[in-house]
Design a protein around this ligand. Structure first.
Ligand code: NAD
Ligand code: TYD
Length: 377
């Protein structure tokens, strides 16, 4: 993989630094690239936090176009050495602290990784691609910063986020992502760094860590444990199948306009309670009722609401459709069936990522958090 630092042109090798490739979306992206882009070489830089798992890429670990490096995106020396050693001409930046609930109880890591880590990558790319004077090269290079629709804040019952919606982040997580988006955009405007930004909605699918709603519910429902629904269960998210998202990222990398941002959504707005009920029904059909004879919906437990819980997210993904011809392909019902099937077939993966620290997190998060009957009245 070592090579001179020439930048990718049509038909030439693209040398891609993927950050956070052992996380949920990153692992799906790395696998898709290795299976569909024979002329791309991937260096995966991942710190392996609680959310990163080598098992998620075990099937491609020996691929000749793949190299894994354990390390921190905030480590400038390491990042610079990877750019030099591998002639990196493309960055796809997934690495982040990504869970809103954790950002409420411990924001420090979010500020460090999401803001300072993104800055470190941008600064390294600037030095490697643009030289001291700036704006003098890097025409083939790309820095794709993966962000979230949560930077736009919370919607009421109507309306959609577009690329021109004002930023209004409301959690420590979304504020840190908004900050990193601003830095990425600033590096384009100030230095001409070839930055692209994508803001996507909630992803679901294989390899998602079971702290997020869908895998958490699948895992708990399989074990007959309570299914915690925050508040009244009426919050709305727009669910995007992870492989649709990964295809959109490749499309943006290959065809997107430098300096542009693209919203990526699933056209699948659902209330949380609907999502949880659907998962219960799919599991009942596939594995039967609980040993008690009860359907899994009986496990649904309304718990105290998340602090500052954003009510509704909804993406207008018209720009990426019009300009790059991308729309999501997976329907919500089929995507949920496939996701449940994947978790049923991959119990060892689920077991391997749920270690002692997950159990402690879960106890702290949900232990004694049910709404009492008095509070409900
Ligand atoms: P994830 O939490 O599953 O994975 C994050 C990965 O980053 C892990 O492998 C972790 O080990 C790694 N990482 C964390 N800190 C690091 C550091 N300092 N240095 C190197 N690696 C580090 O996240 P995800 O769900 O795959 O999300 C990927 C990206 O997509 C994030 O930037 C997130 O903000 C964004 N995003 C996610 C969603 C979603 O629904 N999951 C929606 C919108 C945007
Ligand atoms: P989550 O998967 O954490 O994604 P995000 O907060 O980034 O949207 O949560 C999705 C929705 O589900 C959100 O409205 C919070 C809610 N939720 C629950 O009701 N119960 C849970 O146990 C979790 C993790 C989330």
């Amino acid at each position: 993989m070592k090579g001179e630092t020439t930048l990718a042109k049509n038909g030439e090798i693209r040398r891609v630094l993927v950050t956070g490739g052992c996380g949920f979306i990153g692992a799906n992206f790395v696998r898709l690239v290795l299976n569909s882009r024979p002329d791309w070489q991937v260096v995966n830089l991942d710190k392996l936090t609680y959310a990163g798992n080598l098992q998620s890429l075990a099937d491609v670990a020996a691929h000749p176009g793949y190299r894994f490096v354990r390390g921190d995106i905030c480590d400038q020396e390491l990042v610079e050495s990877l750019f030099g050693e591998h002639g990196i001409d493309t960055v796809v930046h997934f690495a982040a602290e990504s869970h809103v609930d954790r950002s409420i109880t411990g924001p420090d890591a979010f500020i460090r990784t999401n803001i300072f880590g993104t800055f470190t990558l941008l600064e390294t790319a600037r030095k490697a691609w643009l030289g001291e004077k700036g704006r003098e090269g890097g025409a083939q290079a790309r820095f794709l910063h993966v962000s979230t629709d949560e930077v736009f804040g919370s919607l009421g019952a109507t309306g959609y986020f577009t690329e021109t919606t004002c930023y209004d982040p409301r959690s420590p997580y979304s504020a840190s992502k908004a900050s990193s988006d601003h830095l990425a955009r600033a590096y384009f405007h100030t230095y001409g760094l070839p930055v692209l930004i994508t803001n996507c909605s909630n992803n679901y699918g294989p390899y998602q860590f079971p702290e997020k709603l869908i895998p958490l519910v699948i895992n708990n429902a399989l074990q007959g444990r309570p299914l915690p629904v925050y508040g009244d269960g009426g919050n709305v998210r727009d669910w995007l199948y992870v492989l649709d998202h990964c295809e959109a990222i490749i499309r943006v990398l290959e065809q997107g306009g430098v300096g542009e941002s693209y919203n990526i959504g699933g056209h699948n707005e659902r209330k949380n309670l609907e999502v949880v009920e659907l998962l219960c029904d799919i599991l009942d059909r596939r594995v039967g009722f609980l040993p008690s004879g009860q359907p899994r919906r009986s496990l649904i437990t309304f718990v105290r609401d998340r602090l500052g819980h954003d009510r509704r997210y909804a993406i207008d993904a018209g720009k990426i459709d019009r300009e790059l011809g991308w729309t999501p392909r997976m329907s919500f019902s089929e995507g949920m069936e496939q996701t449940v099937a994947w978790y049923l077939e991959n119990r060892p993966w689920l077991e391997s990522v749920i270690d002692g620290s997950y159990r402690e997190y879960y106890r702290n998060m949900y232990g004694g958090n049910e709404i009492s009957d008095e509070e409900k009245q």
